[in-house]
Design a protein around this ligand. Structure first.
Ligand code: PEP
Length: 251
């Protein structure tokens, strides 16, 4: 945890949730409290309804899982950043490895989307992370550095942007890097953020994501430069998500 930085525990619901269970999940999360800022990122279809359900609940913010780089236009099936704002989102996850893999999103596309999000006051959560082959080849830090340099626009620090380190091989697998590997990668990310954005980079939140569960949350969240978590599977179980949030102690 970075001293003086409020931790963020973000739930990425991915493509899960119909109206009834999505609302029930949001309402259950709203009952949680503690020192961490909580965020739920439902699919587009639930965004407005979840935002309405959480209105007046200062403890839990709402975010989206992607946006288009253009504000509007002929882009069938896509959703723009102004639309997300209009629906009640305050954050947006960008460059998640599932989008990088399923939709061929490269760093330039992530950068353009991040700029679009920032232009309407959405807080971008930009995901970076190496594949297993890249880690085994000793390239993890170089890959993540390249993704950071290519995906983060000027003004990212001023927007309060968040970086999520998510090793691809840890997502949904039950496997996590060693604490030493997480610490080393978060230190490298911090150094890059400071080199790029100066003092402001020292206070940006860096989340860890990849198989965070109640059982491993406390030691991961206690590591230096780990300022919260991006949680997939466990964010669909209110008790698990709130247990992870409870493990995040601001310093
Ligand atoms: C994710 O999808 O961002 C993620 C971290 O998933 P999980 O927690 O299920 O590994």
């Amino acid at each position: 945890m970075t001293p003086g930085v409020r931790p963020l525990i973000a739930g990425n619901w991915k493509m899960h949730g119909l109206r009834a269970d999505g609302l029930a999940l949001a309402r259950a999360v709203a009952k949680g409290g503690g020192g961490a800022e909580l965020l739920v990122c439902p699919p587009f279809t639930l965004l407005r309804e979840v935002a309405t359900a959480l209105e007046g609940c200062a403890a839990v913010a709402v975010g989206a899982q992607d946006c288009h780089a253009a504000a509007k236009g002929a882009h069938t099936g896509d959703v723009s950043a102004p639309m997300l704002r209009d629906a009640g989102a305050r954050f947006v996850i960008l460059g998640h490895s599932e989008r990088r893999a399923d939709h061929g999103e490269g760093d330039a596309a992530v950068l353009a989307k991040t700029e679009a999000a920032m232009a309407v006051g959405l807080v971008p959560i930009v995901c970076v992370g190496e594949s297993e082959a890249e880690r085994l080849a000793g390239e993890a830090e170089a890959v993540v550095t390249r993704q950071l340099d290519g995906s983060l626009p000027e003004g990212f620090a001023a927007s309060g942007g968040v970086v999520a380190y998510e090793p691809v091989w840890a997502i949904g697998t039950g496997r996590t890097p060693t604490e030493a590997d997480i610490t080393a990668m978060h230190a490298a990310i911090r150094a890059r953020l400071v080199a790029r954005f100066g003092e402001a980079g020292a206070k940006l939140r860096i989340l860890y994501g990849g198989s965070v569960k109640p059982a491993n949350a406390a030691p991961i969240l206690a590591l230096e430069n780990v300022d919260g978590a991006l949680v997939g599977g466990a964010s669909l179980v209110p008790a698990d998500f709130l247990a992870i949030a409870a493990a995040a102690k601001a310093t």
